[in-house]
Design a protein around this ligand. Structure first.
Ligand SMILES: C[S@@+](CC[C@H](N)C(=O)[O-])C[C@H]1O[C@@H](n2cnc3c(N)ncnc32)[C@H](O)[C@@H]1O
Length: 272
């Protein structure tokens, strides 16, 4: 196992910092936890998924594998990651148990896995960046890959309150997409729940957390004191990255009252 990533091994290593996707820019600065509710919400989702040694786990979009490590600590029978970015897929692969697990380069809506291959499927900070149709396709794929009674976890960005006017939703989407340079299409918690229910899931748990991805206390909680300091130094030393990080944090703060992180855990309904 290895924890350090050479800069040239990181996703987006060849991209210009002023234009690259925000999550890869943060990864380049040293950030490893790239989801809106941080490790605390991830842990709550994993507790609810109750992964044991009997489980076959599929993670959609593991990124650099921060949650993969936590899953492997629970000793599942097998783990498969499906990650679109080749460098991220390689980074996650390095964490895995030889002969038992794999991280394949691929897309979450077409994993190539068999029907009922998994007892647990989850993905974090990845559905938000897809259109309504793509979200539905990924959730349907999770449903297909799960056995009856299997558990599905998501951890995504949410809008609040439920009655948020469409114009405000569009404004937030545009500001976020502009800041992170990735199409960001968060849903309200009710809309996330409905997306899973439409695919045949029954919601078992819903939990929210503030969207504090770039706030100092969350950085320390997620990356440790040294990790947070390293990120701060890296950001201070890189003017283009500094401008991007400041712009992202400004948007997160501006819309803090209308944004949160949400984790849902659902169960695939058993066939009648
Ligand atoms: C914001 S990062 C989150 C990474 C990780 N889940 C985490 O929370 O730290 C988004 C990740 O989703 C991956 N991704 C986006 N769309 C995907 C898709 N359709 N299939 C597989 N991976 C995807 C990206 O390559 C990236 O690794």
């Amino acid at each position: 196992m290895t924890t350090a990533h050479a800069l040239s091994d990181l996703p987006g290593a060849h991209l210009d910092p002023s234009r690259m996707p925000g999550h890869w820019l943060l990864a380049r600065m040293g950030k490893r936890v790239l989801r809106p509710g941080g490790l605390e919400l991830t842990r709550a989702m994993l507790d609810e998924l109750a992964i044991t040694e009997a489980d076959d786990v599929v993670e959609l979009a593991p990124g650099l594998g921060a949650t993969t490590r936590l899953v492997l600590e629970r000793g599942p029978a097998t783990y498969v990651g499906v990650e679109r970015d080749p460098a991220a897929a390689r980074a996650t692969s390095r964490l895995l148990r030889a002969g038992r697990d794999e991280c394949r380069e691929g897309t979450a809506s077409k994993t190539g896995l068999g029907d009922g291959a998994a007892s647990v499927v989850f993905g974090e900070a990845m559905l938000t960046m897809h259109t309504v149709d793509q979200k539905a396709a990924i959730v349907q794929e999770a449903h297909r890959v799960l056995r009856d009674g299997g558990r599905y976890g998501i951890h995504e960005l949410a809008l609040a309150p439920e009655a948020l006017p469409d114009a405000r939703k569009a404004e937030i989407e545009a500001a976020l997409s502009d800041a992170i340079h990735v199409g960001a299409r968060p849903l309200t918690t009710g809309e996330w729940r409905a997306t899973l229910e439409a695919a045949g899931f029954e919601i078992r748990a819903t939990r929210t957390a503030p969207m504090h991805l770039l706030e100092p206390a969350r950085l320390v909680a997620d990356e440790g004191l040294l990790g947070a300091l390293r990120i701060a130094v890296n950001v201070l030393r890189a003017p283009a990255a500094r401008a991007r990080v400041r712009a992202m944090r400004e948007v997160f703060r501006r819309y803090e009252g209308n944004m949160c992180a949400v984790a849902l855990v659902a169960r695939k309904r058993r066939a009648p």
